[in-house]
Design a protein around this ligand. Sequence first.
Ligand code: MOS
Length: 699
Amino acid sequence: MSADASNAPLRTRSIGQPLARLDGRAKVTGAARYAWEHELADALYVYPVQAAIARGSVVSVDIEATRAVAGVVAVITHENAAKLQSDENKELWILQSAGIGFRGQFIGAVIAESLEIARHAADLVRVRYDEQLHDADFRSDRDDLYAPEKVNAGYPTDTAKGDAEAALRTAEVVVDQTYTTPMEHNNPMETHTTVAVWDDGHFTLYDSTQGAHSLRKTLAPLFGLDADAIRVIAPHIGGGFGSKGTAHAHDVLACLAAQAVPGRPVKLTLTRQQMFQLVGYRTPTIQRIRLGANRHGRLAAISHDVIEQTSRIKEFAEQTAVPTRIMYAAPNCRTTHRLVKLDVPVPSWMRAPGETPGMFALETAMDELAIACQLDPIELRVRNDAEKDPESGKPWSHRDLVGCLRKGARHFDWDRRNPAPRARLRDGWLVGTGVAAATYPRYRMPGSVAMIRYESDGRYVVRMGAVDIGTGTWTALTQIAADALDCPVGAIALDIGDTHFPNATVEGGSSGISSWGTAIVAAARAFRDKHGANPEVGSEASAASPDNPEEERFAMHSFGAHFAEVAVNAATGEVRVPRMLGVFSVGRIINPRTARSQFIGGMTMGLSMALHERSVMDARFGEVVTHDFAEYHIAAHADVEDIDAIWLDESDPHSNAMGSRGIGEIGIVGVAAAIGNAVWHATGIRVRDLPITPDNLLA
Ligand code: MOS
């Protein structure tokens, strides 16, 4: 079958239905097994030993007292751990040398008969260090900022179109401001867990991961194994937000511990505190945005310069200015990213890396420009809407940002808004509304394969090694399979969450449905081609997600608009958000129920970012001091009032056979700007540094 035919639209019957989560009952009754909960005979427990300095090396490790504790089975350090075969990724290169790259890095582990014994005994390990001067000071005026070769997801570090500097010099209206976002931590509900068994040259891992296959592909070369020698089982995952999208050091530590006690399962789960050091985080950013426009608000120039941090041991370059390249139709545009390498934990993916901090800055600056031009902020965005991708010049597969803004305006009564700031006081609360745009790229990762077999009970088994991190994958893929095979959802038996099933790419970049769903559609079409509508029992077919030549011809991105109402207590500066609305243009919605949940989850995370979330690095110690939920505040139920997500009724024929573009991340993008813009409208105070805490709003 040709690639183009593989992309032919599906007739949708189950797709679009608000099917309840197929895994919901198992989850609420406790039957669904998360990584830690798999019952394994003779399990041992692992507790890590962590570096108590931010830079230097281990001089000696005294494990005598540890070994003497009854129930301790083994202690591993760099002196006796199995040797890893690849040091390409220094985050994973643990227990291989005496060197220490950041405070909290693993330097050993205790394996014991119970978690309590392991933890107690790990506390008795005595380590002497050779401490070196560390540097954890994130500032914009450093002289060691550098340009990475590229930024995350493979984007160019810097771009320049036209002459933004010249256009800024001659622009009638200029906004030139600096915005900052803090270090933030993903904090999924389920703590990162690996249960590992090393048996006869094979690993079996029960892991809380966003990619069963991608995890084993990362671990295999480290341990000098073929990928087939590692089985990863991950039927249910309690959230990830990116922090489970790549292997982290705990995966390796569990494997090293398993190798120390062959044949016995070892269980490792990080504590909440450890997750603030060991599973990635969103880098802090310092972003200068300059917008130049004529007095009618038409953009002549956009300039976005980003400074962010990475760790000395491994580079991660967040693509913060990347969304700026495609948002608006400015003839002149320049973007840059600069990094500073610090002795800090390794940053990584956090829901919509790049778009989330970048669009806070850009969409706040757009609000400032609207005010400077005395224009409605929606009208400003409409005037600068891009007919084609301003960066590549390619046509959009589909772009309806204007439709999102207009639909949101209707639902949010935007037309009745008085544009004057600090104009509404209600029972001691200053009230205001704000808007911001959202965007996220449509990604599909090549390489996912689905297998379909017709069973004797009249059902089709559909297998692939995809995962459901809480997003609704079990349900959405079942709906796609049902439509692809033209049968009811009850005839589909989906098997995911295990590398025993065919290869599936990582749940990242909101690419799951595009990557896995296209493989299922291709497999279903191959199945029907081969076996027809009345297959014999045992008939099988497999197929990979097909190449899609449209990906070269079109720029594929999703768009959205966020509306927020805030009430700011005139006496205390407390901010409440009584109303939020998100409107999305994301192609076809596979399941409106799980999709809505994804959107309002993203929006809630954006609200949390706007008002609460901030990890504080104490540079004197290289320590993230806000490392529990008492100090790292996350929006709770009481913070969320009237919140809703709606979408445009559309299908993107160029994206894939389902017409979808991915929805997991766009919900968070732009929310903090919408809330900040509403805070300005309520109070007349512009807060350019997140989070927007009450101290910013006291006169
Ligand atoms: Mo998502 S942050 O791409 O896992």
